[in-house]
Design a protein around this ligand. Structure first.
Ligand SMILES: Nc1ncnc2c1ncn2[C@@H]1O[C@H](COP(=O)(O)OP(=O)(O)OP(=O)(O)O)[C@@H](O)[C@H]1O
Ligand SMILES: [Mg+2]
Length: 573
């Protein structure tokens, strides 16, 4: 019930249209009610009384009524679809916004396909419910009510007798409804599983092919698909049972009418025409009841989808600005990490009591074995995650006391893997600062040693790249990322293994670009190859989430510890 109301909130902006739509629905449905009345008039007034004038009136009446019915039908169908589509589009947008705001931790735990399924499949389920089913529900509902009114007008005693079955129908629908909704949740989850598998398998197609695991993937998909089939069939079993159950109850009602109505006609209480009209209304009544029962089943599945959607919308956007967060002023780049501990899962420490200080413009480097916690430190500075204890200060502001936007605007990150969007080269670099002019973009590309290769692309800066366009090499991508960072012009830089995927040749070009980028900025460099960090102001050796050694390259070599060990391994040859 709560979710129904919540869904209705999305309809609120379109209340005026909904009002007109309902009027159209009622008018169109009333026209339907005219038909049994014609039969009554035909039998009682025309055929029994042999009245030709009445016959003409009835004929003209039919034409006029159905003309208007057509007009109202158009109005109802157009307006209800309009509202349904709008609501769906609004919900989709709200979902997209929500996912843009979710913390990175959410995406750590959920598959991309699952997330996509919310925005596609669950929203689609609601769309069916709102657009097609809602029209049906309104139309059938008004036919139902209209038929009831006419029945009571014709013979209230007979009507009351007929209505005995109503509580039975209601009871059946409640039982089936609960099961349908439960199963609806399962169906939506299964669809999400399929989407996840699809997404994973397609995006990893290179891995799949390199291991020749096509058949393995097909089998995995077949199993998942079959689970979906089973869930769907369970639903079909339920809805297929619901319809005959309701129909049987309707047949009971008709039996009452035939028997008791016939008795009344025989005794002269009711005219023959009235009984035929009554029966027609009653059958008219059975149809909507049956259809409403079916629509009800489908609505239950849609509500399961709505449940899922609202659950996502209610998730906490963990890392957010607290109420009196201020905008971080343009920073100098003084960063202090003060006794920070952090854990991703609340169990295993990824960082333990880490403290360090970087003066404006300094370059510091993190080295250490895989899984040591280097990237984790880099993740905490732009607040992708919040520290568990301790604090991080930038120019003496605790980063939790400033707005996320102003914090991240001043931090540039060059990751190991650069994501390029499906857009032109120009637009991809401009991602670093959206209001940069074309000239500024070219300037940044030059500084990143990227201008030359870009000009050699088929359409230069206008070349389409990303998934559906040109593919760039690792080194070219890296330089695009550096150009982005240069354009953003942040005071603080984080380079996480920015050159580790490159061969020595392109590493040199990229390293040159990076050196230019780091000039005058506070930089955090994570590197496996020590050659890139010899000239760092401070090198921190991290292991198992703790700082083990720190100092300059020369100091650390003299220490004869972990660092000199690493150095010897890498430079023995
Ligand atoms: N998103 C995450 N969720 C849970 N645990 C994580 C997550 N990211 C990293 N970890 C864990 O935290 C620890 C530190 O990981 P981190 O990525 O900081 O290592 P790293 O030093 O950058 O290693 P590498 O050199 O391989 O990149 C590891 O034990 C890792 O398993
Ligand atoms: Mg890492």
């Amino acid at each position: 019930m709560k979710n129904y109301r919540r869904l209705l909130q999305y309809i609120r902006p379109y209340l005026r249209r909904l009002g007109i739509a309902i009027i159209c629905i009622i008018c169109a449905a009333s026209a339907n009610l005219y038909l049994p009345w014609i039969i009554k008039d035909m039998i009682d007034d025309v055929l029994a009384a042999k009245n030709m004038a009445m016959l003409n009136v009835i004929s003209i009446g039919i034409v006029v009524v159905f003309l208007f019915r057509g007009i109202f039908y158009y109005g109802q169908s157009y307006l209800v679809s309009y509202i349904g589509q709008r609501v769906v589009i609004d919900i989709r947008e709200v979902m997209f916004k929500k996912f843009q705001r979710m913390p990175i931790a959410y995406f750590d735990k959920h598959q991309t396909g699952e997330t996509m399924s919310f925005v596609t499949n669950d929203v689609a389920a609601i769309q069916t419910a709102l657009v097609d089913k809602l029209i049906e529900l309104f139309t059938e509902g008004s036919v139902l009510i209209g038929s009831l009114v006419m029945m009571f007008y014709l013979d209230w005693k007979l009507s009351l007798l007929t209505l005995i079955v109503v509580p039975m129908v209601g009871y059946a629908m409640r039982i089936f409804g609960k099961k349908l909704k439960e199963n609806g949740t399962v169906i939506q989850e299964r669809i999400a599983d399929i989407t996840s598998l699809l997404q994973e398998s397609i995006s990893s197609i290179r891995t799949v092919k390199s291991f020749v695991r096509e058949d393995f993937e097909i089998e995995r998909f077949r199993k998942q698909n079959d689970l979906n089939f089973q869930a769907a069939m369970k639903n079909i079993k339920l809805t297929s049972l619901l319809t005959p159950t309701v129909e049987f109850l309707a047949a009971l009602a008709v039996t009452f009418i035939v028997w008791f109505g016939g008795y009344e006609v025989v005794n002269g209480v009711l005219t023959a025409g009235a009984l035929v009209a009554f029966l027609t209304y009653a059958v008219n009544l059975a149809n909507p009841v049956k259809r409403i029962a079916r629509v009800y089943g489908q609505l239950q599945q849609a509500m399961a989808a709505a449940d899922r959607i609202f659950k996502v919308l209610d998730l906490e956007e963990a890392v957010t600005d607290h109420t009196n967060a201020i905008d971080l002023p343009r920073v100098k780049g003084h960063v202090t990490v003060d006794n920070v501990s952090f854990s991703y899962d609340g169990e295993h420490h990824a960082l333990e009591n880490v403290s360090l200080e970087v003066k404006p413009g300094q370059m510091i480097a993190f080295v250490g074995p895989s899984g040591a916690g280097k990237s984790t430190i880099a993740n905490l500075i732009p607040r992708f995650y919040d520290v568990d204890s301790g604090r991080i200060l930038i120019d003496d502001h605790d980063i939790r006391d400033v707005t996320l936007h102003s914090l991240r605007e001043q931090i540039g990150i060059v990751p190991q893997e650069t994501t390029l969007f499906s857009a032109t080269v120009l637009e991809n670099i401009r991602y670093g600062r959206l209001d940069a002019t074309d000239a500024e973009v070219v300037e940044a590309a030059k500084a990143a040693n990227a201008d030359e290769f870009i000009r050699e692309l088929p359409e230069g800066y206008q070349t389409q790249i990303g998934e559906r366009g040109m593919n760039l090499s690792g080194g070219q991508r890296q330089r695009m990322a550096i150009a982005r960072a240069i354009l953003k012009n942040p005071q603080i830089l984080i380079l996480d293994e920015a050159t580790s995927a490159l061969d020595t040749e392109s590493e040199k070009i990229v390293q040159e670009a990076l050196d230019k980028l780091m000039l005058g900025r506070t930089s955090f460099v994570i590197a496996h190859r020590l050659s890139t960090i010899f000239n760092a102001d401070q090198i921190y050796v991290i292991d198992h989430g703790k700082i083990r050694e720190h100092g300059t390259h020369e100091e650390l070599l003299k220490l004869n510890g972990l660092y000199s060990n690493l150095y010897n391994i890498q430079f023995r040859s």
